[in-house]
Design a protein around this ligand. Sequence first.
Ligand SMILES: Cc1cc2nc3c(=O)[nH]c(=O)nc-3n(C[C@H](O)[C@H](O)[C@H](O)COP(=O)(O)OP(=O)(O)OC[C@H]3O[C@@H](n4cnc5c(N)ncnc54)[C@H](O)[C@@H]3O)c2cc1C
Ligand code: SF4
Ligand code: SF4
Ligand code: SF4
Length: 395
Amino acid sequence: MSSRCPTCVACGGCVPKSKPNLEKIREEVGIKSFHNLKEEVIERDLCSMCRGCVTFCSASTLEAIAILKGKPDYINEKNCLKCGICYAICPRTSSLENSLREKYNYSLPIGSYKSVYSLRSKDLQIQEVATDGGFVTGFLKYLIDEKIIDGALISRREGIMNNQPMLAMSFKYLLKGAGSSLTVSSSLEDLNIYTTYIPSLLMLKGLGEFPTRIAVVGTPCQITTIRKMQLLKIVPSNIVNFTIGLFCYENFQFTEDGKSFLEDKISAKISEIEKINVKDSMIIKLSNGKRVTIDLDELHEIVRPECLPCLDFANWTADVSVGGLGSQDGYTTVLARTNQAKSFVERSIERDYFEENSTFDKNEALEKIKSMAVKKRNKGLKRLEELGLDIKEFG
Ligand SMILES: Cc1cc2nc3c(=O)[nH]c(=O)nc-3n(C[C@H](O)[C@H](O)[C@H](O)COP(=O)(O)OP(=O)(O)OC[C@H]3O[C@@H](n4cnc5c(N)ncnc54)[C@H](O)[C@@H]3O)c2cc1C
Ligand code: SF4
Ligand code: SF4
Ligand code: SF4
C-alpha cells in the first residue's frame, strides 16, 4: 500500500503501523514517568515549554496532564499510564542523549556538518517577505516541487501579535509563513503573556493520522523532541521526512512591563514594529523604515525564562540548520548536516532556486556561529549552576 494513497478505500494502509519502542524506553530511561519529569525538569525550572510531554502523552485522551499556570502538570494523576514517554522525549532530560549523539555525530560546539552555504532565494515574492535570504521558504518549495515532502510545518504570520503553527501544502501557504521568524506569537494558554516562541509541536499531533510526509521547521528544543520521538518510533514522528533547524540564541516574552521595556529601547510602540530578526544582536525594523539594533546582552529582562538554561544554539540534530548569522543582510547561512541534505541543497541551487553569495567567507561565518554557540552554552551552564545543579549532568 502506498503511503501516498490519494483516496480512501478504507484499506487501512494509511494507519500508522509503528508502535512506540517501549523496550528502548525501559532500556535507556528506566522506569520514569511524569512524576520524575516534574521533579527533575519542571520543578527545577528547566522546562523549555516545547509542550512535547502534554502533546504526545499516551494518556492524552484521558487528560492525565496539561499546561496549568504556564507549566505542564497533572490534571488527573490517576490517569497517568506511567509509560515514560513524556520523560523520554523531553529535550531537557538526558534520556536518549547518547543515542542522539551517536546517530547525529555530535561534536561541540555546533555539531557535525558536510557543507556551509550563504544563499538567497531567486523568487522575488519570497525575497520581499523573508527573514533573511528566504532559504527556508525557497527550500521547502523545492522539496514540495520535487515530491520529497507533501507539506511543511511552519508558522503562519498574522500580524505582529499573532503567529500560529500551520501545515503548508503549497507555495501559497509557504509564503504566508515566510519571514515570520520572530514576530510575537500566541500567548501562553492560561497566562496572558505574549512570546516569540511558536508552539509548533501542538500542530504535529493530529498529523499522524494522515498519509503525509512533511518537513518541520523548528527551534533546537522542538527538533530535539522530534528526534527523540523518532528514536522511539512514536507516531507521528514517522511522517517527519526532513527537519530544518533554526539557530536559536533565545526567545522573548512580553508581560506588560516587558512591552514597556522594549518600547523604551526602540523609542516606538510595539505596534510600529514591522519585523524582528536575531543574528548576534536583535535587529528591529519599524514601519517608518528605521532600523534599531540592540545587543542581546541588554535584553535579559525580556528573555523567556525557559530559554535561560538552554545549551544548543546551532540545532545539531537537524538535517539542515539555518540562521542569518555569518551571512550579509539578505542571505541565509545554511549548514547541511548529512550527505542527503547536502545533495538536496546542491540540486536546489543547480535548479535555480537560489543564488550563492560570491563574497561569502565560510571560515569567518563558521567562527561566528561557533563563537555564538559557545556564548550560549556558557550562558546556559551559568544558569544551571545558579539553579544549584551539577553541570556535569548536562554533558
Ligand atoms: C525563535 C527564533 C530564534 C532565532 N534566533 C536566531 C539567532 O539567534 N541567530 C540567527 O542567526 N538566526 C536565528 N534565527 C533564524 C533566523 O531568524 C531565520 O529564521 C533564518 O535565518 C531563516 O531565514 P529565511 O529568510 O531563510 O527564512 P524564511 O524564508 O523567512 O522562512 C522562515 C520560515 O520559518 C518558519 N518558522 C519560523 N519560526 C518557526 C517556528 N518556531 N516554528 C515553525 N516554523 C517557524 C516560518 O513560518 C517560515 O516558513 C531564529 C529564528 C527563530 C524563529
Ligand atoms: S521541556 Fe517540553 S517535554 Fe520537557 S517538561 Fe517542558 S514542555 Fe514537557
Ligand atoms: S501517561 Fe505516559 S506520557 Fe502521559 S504523563 Fe503518564 S508517563 Fe507521561
Ligand atoms: S533558546 Fe531556543 S531552543 Fe532553547 S529553549 Fe528557547 S526556544 Fe527552545
